[in-house]
Ligand binder design. Sequence first.
Ligand SMILES: NC(=O)c1ccc[n+]([C@@H]2O[C@H](COP(=O)([O-])OP(=O)(O)OC[C@H]3O[C@@H](n4cnc5c(N)ncnc54)[C@H](O)[C@@H]3O)[C@@H](O)[C@H]2O)c1
Ligand SMILES: [Zn+2]
Length: 364
Amino acid sequence: MGVLTVEVPNKTYDVVIEQNVYERLQTDYAPLLKRADRVGIIADEFVYETYGDTLVEIVQSVQANVSVYEVPKGESCKTLAVYGDIQSFLLKEGLTRNSILLAFGGGAVGDLTGFVAATYMRGIPFIQLPTTILAHDSAVGGKTAINLPEGKNMVGAFHQPEAVLFDLNVFKSLPAREWRSGMAELIKHAYISDAAWTEQLLAEPKFAQPAFETLESELLRGVRVKADIVREDTFEHGARKFLNFGHTFGHAVEAATHFGELSHGECVMIGMGYALVLSETLGSIDEGEAARFIQFAKAQGYSFDPIFDHSFDHFLSYMQKDKKASFGELYFVILETIGTPRVVNVDVATCEQTFQTLQTIVKG
Ligand SMILES: NC(=O)c1ccc[n+]([C@@H]2O[C@H](COP(=O)([O-])OP(=O)(O)OC[C@H]3O[C@@H](n4cnc5c(N)ncnc54)[C@H](O)[C@@H]3O)[C@@H](O)[C@H]2O)c1
Ligand SMILES: [Zn+2]
């Protein structure tokens, strides 16, 4: 079992990673469920179909008043329409300010449920029950959001969960692309915090689908990086920006490929390749680090195809629209050295040069 306590202003909560963790809803977290007048479970339809019966049985053994709302799987649930439908459903089912929500699914359901919880009757508590590797990143830290047709995560709120409970058993059904997605965020946590850990991950032959024995401690390590940063900078004025390592270009890849071809983390992996090339130019990391990372990523099954399918200008247009771009200026997280991130403002000519270098390295 792995437990880590997250501290943010006015709140502390635990992240627990273990097998059969939902049983803790009958013990440690039973008072929370009993105190509530009703429990609302917002579930990814695929996850619910596969694991929902067990969860509902456990919750009902503590609190008989349970309402379940299944949402379309993955990113397609993060819409204004689904958000509105859930609010109406919760009202109809009689949830009040004394009710609690459970988010059951990957990062998408976590973001959606968190935002519903932040706003339903001006805010009710929620528990994250994340079911993807990527959610070691998304379920911790209290950022919640839904998408608009104009852009991702454009409407949201900061709302911290009461607890984050990861059941290792549910990872068994994750497809390879979702493993790759989550492990990309894990190596991001290594790159921005710890050179020795980064080396260890780069040397891991089965990085993208690690053994279960190592997963618990590795995920906890990733959560610790995130939790430390979030404690220091809950509302993203400074250090929290470091978590965007690989994301400026990664988000542009995601947008250019219409959020379909590759998963979020797979796009971030491309973005980290880009950020490492940039770090060789603007930071003091050794020349060859970017090439080493790209070789590693390719060997682990990550694709770099999108950088040959679209022009630099196409990616640039998305980077300039990113909500982290300020007055059209482009900001990137680069590494001064491995483990030491820094935010830099980069001009368009350097961005284009970086793109070309990335293409050259990937072609190998
Ligand atoms: N709030 C934050 O700080 C933060 C940080 C990073 C990412 N995010 C958000 O997280 C979302 C991505 O999350 P994600 O990668 O977990 O993807 P996801 O929630 O979209 O799930 C991906 C797919 O995996 C399936 N799935 C989930 N659990 C499964 C399981 N145990 N077995 C088999 N299939 C399963 C889902 O049905 C879905 O099809 C994005 O919306 C992103 O914006 C938020
Ligand atoms: Zn991410």
